[in-house]
Design a protein. Sequence first.
Lengths: 150, 826
Amino acid sequence: MFAHRRGLASVVTSAILLSSVAILGVGLVGWSNSNLLSHQQNLENTFTQNVNKLNEHVTFEKVWFGGTSPSKFVNVTVTNTGNVGLNVTSIQFVNSTTLNEISLSAITDGGLINSQSYSTEINYEWINDAEFDILLKSYRDSQFRTQVSP
Amino acid sequence: MKNRRALSTLVGAVFFIIAASSTVAYVSFSMNVIDDFSQAVVIKESIDESRNSESFIISGATITNNKFDFTVQNNGQLPLKLTKLWVENTTDTTWIPSKFALDQNIPSSGSVTGIGQNLNLAALSTQGYDVSLVTERGNTQTFSFNSVPDQDISINLHAAPENIANGFSTTLFMTVTNNLPNETTLLNIVPQLSSSGVAIPTCDSLSTPPSQPSLKNGESAIFTWTCTVSGSALDEVTFTASIVNGFPGNTASVTICVKDVLLALESGTSLESLGFSIPAVSTDILIIHQESAQTPNSEYQLSSGNADTTGFTVDFDTSLDSIEFITKNKTSTLTIPAGNWNSVLNYLSASLDTGVDAGILTSGMIFHFEESNSVHDNAVTGANCLGIDATLGTATFTPTYSATGGVYSSGGYTFSGGQYISVNLDSNCNDFSNDPNTTAGWFYVDDGGSDGDQTIIRSESTNGNEFYEVSFAKSGSTGSLEFTFDSNTQSKPVSCIISGVSTDTWHHFVAVREDANNCTLYLNGGASTDTGSDQSNPYNNHLVTNDIWMIGVDPDTDGSLTDYFEGKIDSIMHWDSDALTSGEVTALYNTKYGVGAHVVDFKIERTDSTGVQTPALITQSNYELKFLDPLQDITNYIHAYNITSSLPQTVLTNERLLFTIDFVSGLPFGLRIDDETLSNPTTSYVQLPIPDSSFPGYFQYDISDGNYIVKVSNTGTTGAFLTVGGVRGIFDDATSDVAYASVVQYINGTTSSFEMLASQDSVYMYPGSYINIEFYPPTTHPSSTSLGTAITSGDQYIFSLYLSGYDERGRTFFKTIDIGGAEVVD
């Protein structure tokens, strides 16, 4: 009487096992792929940022001093000589010796494509023969520095 | 159960494959990213290396067609492209730096010229510029063009030699080194030379070379000038060299001294360094000589020969006084090109018109302010007045001088309210201890000045109560001229006042203090007059003030300066013990202490050989000569004034030029002629446009006479001897390459005792003495036996004397005296 119930239990067990494995496997693979994709994206972003940052280059083309007290100014002209566009975010005047900040000018219109120049006048009561550094920062946190003397 | 085992494996294998594939993909991606990043780094490094290896210089820079013309040399291994040019004017600070676009490729080791020629930018050779070139890779180089950055560079100036004889040359060497601390290259370095001093230099107009196109850091350039220096012994000239648009004060100097060979300790040096002497007078200069021999009607000789050392003064006092000077005629044609003929007259004006009391010249003060000095000497020659000076106020109290700002375009001072001139007071010269006194002067009140009292001249006691003053009380465009004096005893001033005196015009005042009680004030020669009298104060003649006069301010000795004058004051004169009459006042007013002090008629005529005149080349009637202040020395001829005439081309054939000056009116003056001792200015002369041949002189040699005699004076303070080998007479034929010379036979005698031999020198020449030198006939081979070819007749010769020997201290000397044009007759 019990000889015919043996075939049905195996099938069900197999089905359950198969389903479980499949579900687990799919989930695992899915998670794995998702994880890999995320890392891949991060890696790509990091690479792009670093490469772009690496390719940023700015030249201080011309710095000249004008005006009379109390309206003296420094005119700074920079050129994007790198391979990528960049965004100038600030121009800082720094004491060459102490490295203390003298003045900070935030730049809001400093977007430069390749070979494009940007000029700005910064009010500063410069003193003849008193050198100082000009520090330019980009959106990608690149810094470019030069020393000038009126 | 046999079937379950196979299915699980399959499923597991599938999942394994999927997982492995994902992992492999991720790893591959990561590796690619790393590889890309590495390549990006490599590319970046390559770009940076290219940028750093870029190298160029401006190898040449000049201005062509009023534009920059740069030559750029690519010194790097890579081709480069110039994209921008920045130009900043360092001379004109109002100039805003300008940017110009370029598109210029330069291959490696190549160069390109003409950069800047196509730009819309004019360049001035008188301005300095900072020029920046920018490449496509972002490299920038800045150069200084026609200027030096804001600091000194090394400049040295040397002369070889530094001591020279009159009329000889020296070479100036200017060395410029770019020793700037940074790598700045200087472009277009242009040297410039200036001089100051008593000796007169004539230098090359441009240095050799005229400029240095490029001077890199550490490099040097040398510029040279050749200068001829003229002057009397011990006269000096200081040369100062600098760079055009250089840093202010960045100069180098050297001083050249003229040594009189007759007196020089360095005579030996002079002999070594000198070659042929240069004539002291050029062919366009004709000296007025005091001799009248060989002139048709006893006119003074006018020739190119050296002036004498004695000099002569021609006095012009009355309308009867006149001077004529005439050239020698020349048989060949002489052409004078069109241009200005300048008669340069060295003279001194008389201090006073003959119609004015001369007592001031003994005791008084005269200040005409003809020169810009901080201290002016009193022009009164009386011994008691030699120490009287007019001293300008210092710093903000200094009035402004102008060489033509005084009355009649003379020198004078402008007072802007707050300036003054002080004069010390001497009891024997310019005080008020006794009457009468007279004070005179010229004044010009500025209409724009402040209303109120303005002091022209004042002297007062310590408490201010005792005073002597001439002042102007301004009210708008007019005012009152006031003369007031008061002694302290009674405080009762005596005043003379003239009202309605206009501003913005020159006026002359004469204030006379006749005695304790009376004054007279004259305006403009008596056009307005006022008298004043106060009998109630008998003590006004005992006026005692501080030891000072003040011009332009009330000294207010017990307080601060007040009543400042605003305008001009000139020609202050004070008679210590004289009262001018009305006639003298008029004569003084009519004396122009400026242009017009002397009025002459001037004429240039051509005459035939006998002096018969043809219609005048030019006549200038009533020509006004300027007042030349003799100050305290009426023999110190340190001023000259020109009569300039513009004439067309003039051709003379056996004709003479006759110059005539007739005195018409004005102050007397003394014209100095034939005086070699004068150097700055020189003795009176005429300068013409350079003729095509030299004017003939008055020296004449008659071939039939055989020997000839020349008279020479020893003008130094040292006695000397002449040697037989050092005395020659030279006739240079100006129309050919031939010259003739004579050796000396006798000096100061004709017997064997005076013969010049190798074993017998000349007699001793005392300082200031004359000697007669007798020469053998001139030939092309000078000798005592007439070797060579004898001289032929003609008027084309230039005659010079060469003298050498030794002085009383044993020092050698030599000197050349240029007699000028000479005629040889037969």
